[in-house]
Design a protein around this ligand. Structure first.
Ligand SMILES: [Zn+2]
Length: 271
């Protein structure tokens, strides 16, 4: 699985940034060899996939962490694109209870029709697990306004990758992401500007001091983050946490293997 790429179809976070599409919100594509994972398909997923020359027909798995619009809006459209609207029944959906079934206040995100287009649907709650090819996916806890929200930890043969999802900082959640080589962290606000149910720069520092990945990628930026400049905030987080930190950009493509520390660490583990 030496062929790996992470492509950001959108790094927008709050309703101001996403509402005006100052930054996009099409989620993240993770390519691991033959497998293609699409995480959190917010508004614009199809448009951004076309722009960045990605074929959503090749999605093996669609993962939706919770039912908020900026994470789930295009889920049905992506399923239709993956399956020729159900003519070619294929693909796996990994998601939480509210996306699949709704709750007392919300209808399900995925329509009954689109559920039938898929080969398999896997509903996970925190600590649940799913296996796709040689990749194991563990669902992690979140503390968010969708109480059933989850994060995803991908165990690949060569590295461990965390998508923490939308959550407040808690020590317990950080502990769950220990052992990840690469962590994708949703950091909505800069400095210590509090934002309910989400993380700011100061909390991202605390999170990374506990998890200590080889690389952290911050994304999901709000309007205040944009004013502060995510690159500056990434530098601050790197300095304070002593982890390598980069700020994601719309359309950014990252090859995990280009981060030599990760390869070195994993190679050493083989002996
Ligand atoms: Zn959310």
């Amino acid at each position: 699985m030496k062929d790996a790429r992470i492509i950001f179809l959108g790094v927008g976070g709050d309703s101001y940034v996403v509402g005006k599409q100052v930054l996009s919100s099409g989620g993240i594509i993770i390519k691991l060899g033959e497998l293609q994972f699409h995480v959190d398909p917010g508004p614009g997923s199809l448009v951004k996939a076309k722009q960045y020359d990605l074929n959503l027909r090749e999605n093996t798995v669609l993962l939706v962490s919770h039912n908020h619009i900026n994470h789930s809006n295009d889920a049905n459209a992506v399923i239709a694109a993956m399956t020729h609207n159900g003519e070619d029944k294929k693909g796996v959906l990994i998601t939480n209870k509210t996306v699949l079934e709704g709750d007392e206040k919300n209808i399900p995100v995925i329509t009954e029709f689109h559920k039938k287009c898929l080969e398999k649907k896997i509903k996970l709650e925190a600590e649940g697990k799913a296996g796709i090819g040689n990749v194991d996916i563990h669902a992690t806890k979140t503390k968010h306004s969708d109480k059933e929200g989850i994060g995803f930890k991908f165990y690949t043969p060569n590295f461990v990758l965390s998508y923490v999802g939308d959550t407040e900082f808690t020590k317990e959640i950080a502990e769950e992401h220990k052992g990840s080589d690469i962590i994708i962290l949703n950091v909505v606000n800069p400095g210590d500007q509090k934002v309910k149910n989400q993380m700011n720069t100061s909390e991202a520092i605390e999170f990374l001091k506990i998890t200590k990945p080889s690389l952290a990628i911050i994304t999901h930026f709000g309007i205040k983050m944009l004013s502060a400049d995510p690159i500056n905030e990434a530098r601050t987080i790197q300095k304070e946490s002593k982890c390598q930190v980069i700020a994601a950009k719309d359309g950014m493509v990252l090859n995990p293997y280009s981060y030599s520390a990760i390869i070195k660490q994993r190679t050493l583990n083989l002996y």
